[in-house]
Write a protein that binds this ligand. Structure first.
Ligand SMILES: [Zn+2]
Ligand SMILES: [Zn+2]
Length: 312
């Protein structure tokens, strides 16, 4: 028997106390496990990125007959690897963006909203698109998911780095697979001896191919989410909303601003096409659009447009 009072569990019976203790012990073990497990995954990712770059250079690029081609491909490989490392590191070290505590809220920060929801678990304000992460024990603005591979929540501030890390890993692994696979089978008369032996090529091809496949799925999924301005969590709640309603009700994700570049700008910051390409290919600091507390909604934009038309 238990009841919740002011966000704290109050237990009324002996059995309740035992259950509470078990729950706390399990939570502690899980917390310690996560504390050890996540840094190990991050270390594994760094080892995989650096290892694959090195083996690809050693086994393939530095065995080209043409020196000019070798130098050019070394430059391209290092450029792509630095993009992957940069975006991965920033996804790990950049906080996802946590909403402030109510007392730290400045006037007008919520766009004039008078009532503010407060999270019972972490006592931070809970604006639209914010979710509480039970692993980080904090609310996260525009939370996508908690990712153990980056030992961090993926949210408003680090989502662009997470997306670009996936996209660059996918691109690099596809190219590496295309280069090593023909060598693995000795196709096109390519050298299969020495450092470029069949076993060596098979290992690089298998690893790059596996990463490329896994990344492909994630890149397509997150491209769909970015261009429709949804998070993974919102996608599932939107789908549940649609299935609850009758077909043809025209339920639409309220944050989908229609034109897909506007949606992309919400995640990657307002930019021209050229600037978007620059952000995607040159390691740099990326700030998403807005402060994560208030969001443009398609229905509001429509209302503003209608008011403007009537005023004319
Ligand atoms: Zn919270
Ligand atoms: Zn989290």
């Amino acid at each position: 028997m238990r009841e919740q009072q002011d966000g704290d569990w109050k237990y009324q019976s002996g059995l309740g106390s035992v259950m509470f203790l078990c729950f706390r012990v399990a939570e502690l073990i899980f917390g310690v496990g996560l504390f050890v497990f996540q840094p190990l995954l991050v270390f594994f990712c760094y080892a995989l990125i650096c290892g694959l770059t090195f083996f690809f250079l050693m086994g393939v690029v530095w065995n080209f007959d043409s020196t000019i081609l070798s130098v050019l491909c070394t430059g391209l490989t290092l450029f792509e690897s630095s993009n992957i490392l940069w975006n991965y590191t920033l996804a790990v070290i950049t906080g996802p963006g946590n909403p402030p505590f109510p007392e730290a809220l400045e006037d007008g920060q919520l766009g004039g909203a008078t009532r503010v929801k407060v999270c019972k678990k972490c006592n931070r304000i809970k604006p639209a698109r914010t979710h509480h992460c039970s692993l980080c024990r904090k609310c996260v603005m525009r939370m996508d998911h908690h990712c153990p591979w980056v030992a961090n929540c993926v949210g408003h501030c680090n989502y662009p780095y997470f997306y670009l890390f996936l996209a660059h890993s996918w691109l690099a692994c596809i190219v590496a697979t295309l280069f090593t696979a023909p060598r693995m089978f000795g196709l096109f008369g390519l050298n299969t001896g020495g450092m470029t032996g069949v076993g060596y090529n098979t290992s690089v091809t298998a690893l790059c191919g596996a990463v490329a496949l896994a990344a492909a799925f994630l890149v397509f999924w997150h491209t769909f989410l970015v261009t429709t301005n949804q998070t993974t969590l919102e996608f599932y709640s939107n789908r549940a909303d649609v299935s609850r309603r009758h077909r043809g009700d025209g339920l639409r994700n309220p944050y989908d601003l229609g034109w897909w570049k506007k949606n992309v700008e919400q995640a990657f910051g307002r930019a021209s096409w050229g600037q978007l390409v620059f952000k995607a290919f040159v390691p740099c600091i990326i700030r998403p659009e807005g402060d994560g507390l208030t969001w443009d909604r398609a229905d509001m934009m429509m209302a503003v447009r209608q008011t403007e038309t009537t005023a004319r």
